[in-house]
Design a protein around this ligand. Structure first.
Ligand code: 5GP
Length: 120
């Protein structure tokens, strides 16, 4: 059997984390290295390595990630000012943990998505 991912180990309680929401499909916990006052990761309980691996069977869960993000943003008091949802994929996307996850970030103005000085 494949090794459990880092995030599966968090779901299983082997690695401590500040879990802010959990249901039968997804779990949300605070990022260990926050890049904004609110930085929460929302993950499927059943790991999918990257967005490339998502199938039509995952559509309900993937939609649920957004509904949970909206709910948490309200609970965290950032929904009106706004926030950013990010899903990184593979090397160029900067993905480090290969258990698909949505970053929910807010609590300050986040600026442009990509620096305008970056080359295309
Ligand atoms: P990625 O770069 O894969 O999109 O994001 C991975 C995120 O997981 C990073 O923001 C990183 O700080 C976070 N992270 C890595 N290891 C841990 C951990 O053990 N606990 C928590 N809560 N977050 C982690």
């Amino acid at each position: 059997m494949a090794e459990p991912t880092l995030f599966t180990r968090i779901i299983d309680g082997e690695i401590p984390a500040d879990i802010v929401y959990q249901d039968e499909e997804v779990t949300a916990f605070r990022d260990i290295n926050p890049q904004a006052p609110v930085h929460i990761l929302i993950i499927p309980n059943q790991p999918i390595p990257t967005v490339n691996d998502a199938t039509s069977d995952d559509e309900k869960m993937l939609g649920h990630l957004f509904v949970v993000a909206s709910r948490i943003a309200k609970e965290e008091g950032i929904s009106e000012d706004g926030y950013r949802l990010i899903v990184n994929c593979n090397r160029d996307g900067g993905q480090e943990v290969f258990h698909l996850h949505m970053h929910l970030m807010g609590g300050r103005p986040l600026g442009r998505m990509i620096k305008t000085s970056d080359p295309l």
